[in-house]
Design a protein around this ligand. Structure first.
Ligand SMILES: *[C@@H]1O[C@H](CO)[C@@H](O)[C@H](O)[C@H]1NC(C)=O
Length: 204
């Protein structure tokens, strides 16, 4: 093959690559369909022996019961369904793109929203970044950065990550979300040292 052809082939190949980079693969549900924004899904753990789906629970000791924490419920229990809202809420849910996560049920007894958020400033690595209720929907910016999560493909399913680097103009924590067991609660925490919680999404 002559040099001009090689150069043209390389050019076409890199154009293909950059096009692929612009549209990450869609996240698929347990039926193999694209996970859509604004639709309810039940979160199904890949390893069901330790815990079931996800829900909000009061985990604080003493009188302080709000905001609630996002927890993994008991094995075999379905928990509460969630709805994903990508930056454009009508978009499909795609690997590694920013989205809000909202529980379908009410936040009984607490004034906060049922949207997920991390507990502290998105750049703060000195504290435990629990996932809590009370997040903000939409308006991607530094002030809403705590409420943006992403879903990434794993070997047997998907994991959640906190890393709103493309929309907060900051240097966020950027780590996978795992389970930290505390006082009998399996709490979701943004922490590199934990094994990421591996899940799938079943249309509710
Ligand atoms: C999903 O996104 C992550 C982070 O951008 C990337 O490392 C990974 O290769 C992507 N997986 C797929 C299947 O596209």
């Amino acid at each position: 093959m002559g040099t001009p052809y090689l150069i043209i082939s390389l050019f076409l190949f890199s154009a293909l690559l950059s096009n692929a980079a612009q549209t990450p693969p869609a996240v698929l549900d347990t039926d193999g369909n694209t996970v859509q924004g604004g639709v309810k899904y039940v979160i199904v753990p890949v390893q069901p022996s330790q815990g079931g789906g996800l829900d909000l629970a009061s985990t604080a000791t003493g009188n302080q019961t709000c905001p609630k924490s996002v927890v993994q419920v008991a094995p075999k229990a379905a928990g509460n369904s969630v709805t994903f809202f990508p930056v454009n809420p009508k978009d499909a849910v795609r690997n590694g793109t920013d989205l809000n996560v909202q529980f379908s049920g009410s936040n009984a007894g607490c004034p906060e929203s049922t949207l997920w958020q991390i507990a502290h400033d998105p750049e703060n690595t000195d504290v435990t970044q629990y996932v809590l209720s009370g997040g903000d929907k939409g308006n991607p910016s530094f002030s809403t950065a705590r409420s943006w999560f992403m879903i990434l493909k794993t070997k047997n399913g998907y994991k959640f990550k906190f890393c709103p680097v493309s929309l907060c103009d900051c240097n966020p924590v950027c780590q996978d979300i795992g389970i930290k067991v505390e006082n009998g609660h399996r709490r979701l925490v943004v922490d590199l040292r934990l094994t990421p919680l591996e899940v799938n999404f079943k249309k509710a």
